[in-house]
Design a protein around this ligand. Structure first.
Ligand SMILES: [Zn+2]
Length: 359
């Protein structure tokens, strides 16, 4: 174990508390940490590590306005911080699934012309910007914008929420496999995400952060009632679900994430809910779709009710409470997302009419 510094989630909006942590590191390169479960590397060609250990200052994110030494310090901290949260997330997953996920590569400072402040999970495809490993990679930008109060250059590697969300896509790919990538050629997988993938990644992020306000730090200016904030605590229900190929899967995914968070809050042992969710993803992925046409199989794999069904099979004892919590969000077994949306909207309209609200 190596002593390192990282932000540890403290349940408040912000990067977390700066603390000394233990990091299990196998090897150190000039800008790379090799862990048992992941390799984390800054791709911008600057040597960040020497023999002086893994204790660095965040330097308020560094960035283009910082002195070169501060920016280098912030980049080194970013690699270590991303490594800590990647390791924490992957160990959380493997402890519940009783198996490791394929080795993950996390690349920082990607797609940096022009500057990029986001993160994404990528699988190989000819249209990707360079080769990607078949098992999947997390790409993090070098940062693009400053956050106010206190002023901070928002480098994604400094933000545990972004790291957790992208690592959770790796979990989804190697369990539920919503887009049936395992049936596609290894070099021609799809990177299109569906709402279940985004929502599951958001609720895993909330679980690891210990707060439903997962993006409360860098999206603090977006109000909680706006779906772009991705605050899971508001009661997002199927009334708010849009669906269709032109919709942002993140916004629709927030309905699923919010329902999962409610169900977890109702569970006496939250870790039992976490196991149910992850085992449900695994069971979902094991369901064979070979008897139906590919388009139909993919359509069915978008249904919230199908993952919910897999979860109830993963832990039947927990099912009644989880089903009740999901029902409050308009999610029931045995219906498509569109059917759930229409039923939820009809109920909402009937409720408003009964209350005498003008509609
Ligand atoms: Zn995502």
């Amino acid at each position: 174990m190596t002593v390192a510094t990282a932000y540890v989630p403290d349940g408040r909006p912000g990067p977390g508390r700066l603390r000394e942590v233990d990091l299990d590191v196998l090897a150190v390169g000039p800008a790379e940490l090799v862990l048992p479960e992941a390799t984390v590397r800054d791709e911008r060609g600057v040597t960040l590590f020497d023999d002086d250990g893994m204790v660095f200052e965040p330097a308020a994110g560094g960035g283009p306005l910082a002195p070169a030494a501060a920016d280098r310090q912030a980049r080194a901290f970013g690699v270590v911080n991303a490594a800590f949260h990647t390791q924490r997330a992957l160990r959380f997953v493997s402890s519940l699934l009783n198996r490791p996920l394929p080795h993950l590569v996390v690349r920082i400072g990607m797609h940096d012309q022009p500057r990029w402040g986001g993160g994404h999970y990528r699988l190989p495809h000819p249209l990707e910007d360079g080769p990607v490993r078949a098992a999947g990679e997390v790409h993090l930008g070098g940062g693009r914008a400053f956050l106010a109060a206190p002023r901070y250059f928002h480098a994604p590697a400094h933000n545990a929420a972004i790291v957790y969300h992208e690592v959770a896509h790796h979990l989804c790919r190697h369990t539920a496999d919503f887009r049936l990538n395992r049936l596609r050629p290894a070099h021609r997988q799809t990177n299109k995400k569906i709402a279940l993938d985004e929502g599951t990644s958001d609720v895993v992020t909330a679980i690891l952060l210990g707060t439903p306000d997962i993006y409360g730090w860098h999206r603090q200016r977006i109000p909680a009632w706006d779906r772009r904030r991705r605050q899971l605590a508001p009661q997002w229900t199927m009334v708010h679900f849009h669906g269709g190929p032109d919709q942002d899967p993140h916004g629709d995914g927030t309905v699923w994430a919010s329902a999962c968070w409610s169900a977890r809050e109702r569970t006496a042992d939250p870790r039992r809910f976490d196991a149910m969710l992850l085992r449900g993803l695994e069971l979902f992925g094991e369901e064979a779709d070979v008897t139906v046409p590919a388009e139909q199989a993919l359509r069915r794999r978008r249904h919230f009710s199908r993952l919910l069904s897999a979860m109830t099979r993963a832990d039947p004892g927990l099912a009644p409470g989880v089903l009740a919590a999901m029902a409050a969000h308009g999610i029931h077994l045995g219906a498509s997302n569109a059917e759930l949306r229409e039923a939820a909207r009809a109920r909402a309209l009937a409720g408003m009419a009964a209350e005498g609200t003008a509609i």
